[in-house]
Design a protein around this ligand. Structure first.
Ligand code: PMP
Length: 411
């Protein structure tokens, strides 16, 4: 059945069959050891070799400079909502030991660009932990948004904290999985930030749902993180690429009882122990490593993935735009439509109004063609077809065929 199934789930999502076959073998007997990968000691030479190769492949794929560490963590993208803020606040405190006192016992601002559900959650978590948060932009609140995500206003409209206030970071999400909003190509407009701000303020990117689908300037970021379970591998590991000079021991020199960070969230512990501070998610790292190697060796690396992503996304958006109002894109700003998560509603032609019965019929029609996991996120409804790296151009063409025939029936 797998052969016929087209899995467009938003995550966990489709993985290359060749990778899963190899992983299945490795689970039983890894590299001739007579032991399954998940039965090995994480302190063994065999596993260390795997860690080294996986890190090297991440570095090669994403052009990670020596200034940055590659950490394999647990806790999902969600844990990075806290880890990014806590670690960067600690780095800020070590670098500016007098800041807290001279600022009226208040920590530095953490700037957030809220362009979808995941950044909304990230800023909420940082505030809950006691960080001083500043929402530089909330795209639900701009003209014409009506409380809904669906655009990325230009940086010139953001209310960034003044550089003199020494912000601890600027946090954004490159691709908002639920809302289908992605920073327009080629990604976050780093050069649109005021020059002094760009130089001084650590930039943090959540790339959970579009990593490896286009290049990203890692060197320009303080942190790039991504959960594995979309473009990379099974859930269970989150990769954080972190500028080394911002990795501090938070128990050294954090004044005024600043945030105490749980041991496993401390980047320094993970860096000093090669991500093996405690038992790592071995299977997730292993399977992710197979995906990295497959992309690198067989699929043209990030450049190959970029080309395929463009092709797939333009095929489906082209169809949406020429559907006479049957398919209604949920993202108002065309240039911010996600190449990864294509979100839309379905309407009777000319009515311009989502019709849930039609959407249900569409999901059913997809299922009849073995296209599965296309329902929108429960918080927004509608349809979401995710075109991650493992979804092929041919599979996307089949989706387009089903969408076309459904559209003709509705018209
Ligand atoms: N960020 C983004 C962009 C996501 O898509 C997700 C999960 N879908 C998360 C963060 C949270 O990840 P997790 O479920 O691994 O905690």
């Amino acid at each position: 059945k797998r052969e016929q199934t087209i899995n467009l789930g938003a995550g966990p999502s489709s993985l290359p069959t060749s990778v899963l076959l190899e992983a299945a073998q490795g689970i039983l007997d890894y590299d001739g050891t007579g032991m399954g990968l998940v039965e090995l000691s994480h302190r063994s030479k065999t596993f260390q070799k795997l860690m080294d190769k996986t890190e090297a492949d991440v570095r090669a794929l994403l052009n990670v400079p020596d200034t940055h560490a590659v950490l394999f963590l647990q806790g999902g993208g969600t844990e990075q909502f806290s880890a990014t803020a806590l670690n960067l606040l600690a780095a800020h405190a070590v670098k500016n030991p007098d800041y807290f006192k001279s600022n009226g016992n208040k920590g530095p601002p953490c700037d957030y660009a809220v362009t979808g559900s995941w950044t909304a959650k990230a800023v909420k978590e940082a505030a809950r932990l006691g960080a001083t948060t500043n929402v530089a932009i909330d795209s639900r609140k701009v003209d014409g948004a009506n409380g809904k995500f669906g655009s990325i206003p230009p940086v010139s409209e953001w209310k960034l904290s003044p550089v003199e206030s020494k912000p601890a970071m600027l946090y954004y999400c490159d691709n908002e999985t639920v809302d289908g909003v992605e920073f327009p190509n080629p990604g976050f407009p780093i050069n649109d930030l005021p020059e002094d701000y760009r130089k001084e303020v650590p930039l943090v990117a959540d790339c959970s749902s579009n990593i490896l689908s286009r290049p990203i300037d890692v060197a320009a970021h303080a942190i790039v993180f991504f959960g594995a379970q979309k473009n990379v591998g099974p859930s269970g590991t989150t990769v954080a690429i972190v500028r080394k000079d911002l990795i501090v021991d938070p128990d050294q020199g954090v004044p005024n009882g600043g945030p105490r960070i749980p041991t496993t969230l401390v980047y320094k512990n993970m860096l000093d122990n090669g991500s093996l501070y405690n038992t790592p998610p071995m299977f997730a790292i292993y399977a992710s490593g197979l995906v990295f190697a497959d992309l690198l060796q067989n699929k043209g690396g990030v450049a190959g993935a970029t080309e395929r992503s463009e092709k797939k996304a333009s095929l489906i958006y082209g169809l949406i735009d020429n559907s006479d109002g049957v398919y209604l894109p949920t993202v108002r700003q065309a240039s911010a439509r996600s190449r990864m998560n294509v979100t839309f509603r379905i309407s009777r032609a000319g009515e311009n109004k989502p019709d849930e019965a039609l959407e249900e019929a569409f999901v059913k029609r997809c299922a009849e063609s073995n296209i599965v996991q296309v329902k929108g996120h429960r918080s927004v409804g509608g349809i979401r077809t995710s075109l991650y790296n493992a979804v092929t151009v041919e599979e996307t063409q089949k989706l387009a065929e089903v969408m076309t025939s459904f559209m003709e029936d509705v018209k």
